[in-house]
Write a protein that binds this ligand. Structure first.
Ligand code: C2E
Ligand code: MG
Ligand code: MG
Ligand code: MG
Length: 277
């Protein structure tokens, strides 16, 4: 049947795309089922002050396990949920859960709970109101929650994004720029952005001993953030050498498998109890 197109190349491409499309349709309806049945979970990964080894906050990361026990990676289902709009109810569920858990973490000190925000969510007119309502419902100060946004979320409509970030900051919410260094934005626009944290993408952390450019860029990002009074977080620290180098370069905070993997909330509570003693 494909012969009628005459071009083998096209045939293969087309078969691939079609299989991909079918798989997406299945995943999409499974994700809807997971939303309806409340089968999503939030795991939390601790974030450390590098100089003291204390846990200063956690990042909430969505988890989805299929009935057969297979975990679907957020790198797969988040982009899909963005195209279908399912990211909206999923994010609302996640923020609600993160607020509830943040409240329960208060007895362990001033820990920031970071939640990832998707582009679709950020650019909805009701974004700010929705967050404030959720915080109020949980009787939670905005200061305890940090929103993680990537550069690409802000690039869409920069003026609008900057104005909205200002409003979010005015409420006391913290804002982190996630995966920093991987986007196309110039560093100069950073001074216009009212962000509290820069999260240096894990690609730089992981290349810090093998690529001089990664070290140079990391050094540059940290120096610039210091100038602007922004806290830096090194993502994806996997060994003691990376931790040591990032500390020497002046990164204040760090996160990665070397310290702790993302874990369910109950486990996190036990983990924090013994870690921050
Ligand atoms: P992210 O926000 O940059 O989250 C950090 C990712 O790096 C997480 O992957 C985390 O498990 C992983 N990670 C942490 N430490 C290490 C390390 O030492 N080595 C390596 N190789 N990886 C490490 P995860 O949980 O698979 O999430 C992937 C991405 O999916 C996140 O990247 C974020 O962009 C998105 N995501 C996850 N949960 C949510 C959510 O609730 N809402 C939205 N909008 N996006 C989410
Ligand atoms: Mg993040
Ligand atoms: Mg990140
Ligand atoms: Mg990422």
């Amino acid at each position: 049947r494909a012969k009628q197109y005459g071009h083998n190349h096209f045939q293969f491409y087309s078969a691939d795309a079609s299989a991909r499309f079918q798989a997406d349709i299945v995943l999409r309806s499974q994700f809807q089922q997971a939303l309806d049945d409340e089968e999503l979970e939030l795991h939390y990964q601790p974030i450390y002050q590098l100089a003291t080894g204390r846990i200063v906050g956690v990042e909430a990361l969505m988890r989805w396990q299929l009935a057969d026990g297979r975990n679907v990676s957020p790198a797969e289902f988040i982009p899909l949920a963005e195209t279908t709009g399912q990211i909206i109810p999923a994010s609302e569920w996640a923020l609600d859960r993160a607020c509830r858990d943040s409240k329960r973490l208060q007895e362990f000190g001033d820990l920031t709970v970071a939640v990832n925000v998707s582009a679709l969510q950020f650019h909805r007119a009701e974004f700010l109101d929705y967050i404030m309502e959720t915080l109020q419902r949980h009787d939670l100060s905005p200061r305890t929650i940090e929103l993680e946004l990537t550069e690409s979320v802000l690039m869409d409509n920069t003026d609008y994004a900057i104005a909205l970030l200002r409003k979010l900051r005015q409420t006391g919410l913290q804002i982190a720029l996630d995966d920093f260094g991987t986007g196309f934005s110039g560093l100069s626009y950073l001074k216009q952005l009212p962000v509290t944290k820069l999260k240096i993408d894990q690609a730089f952390t992981q290349g810090i001993h093998s690529h001089e450019s990664d070290e140079a860029i990391t050094r540059g990002i940290i120096a610039m953030a210091k100038q602007l009074g922004i806290t830096t977080v090194a993502e994806g620290i996997e060994n003691a050498e990376q931790q040591q180098t990032l500390l020497e370069l002046g990164a204040e905070l760090g996160q990665g498998y070397y310290f702790a993997r993302p874990m369910p909330f109950d486990q996190l509570v036990e983990f924090i109890k013994s870690a921050n003693r």
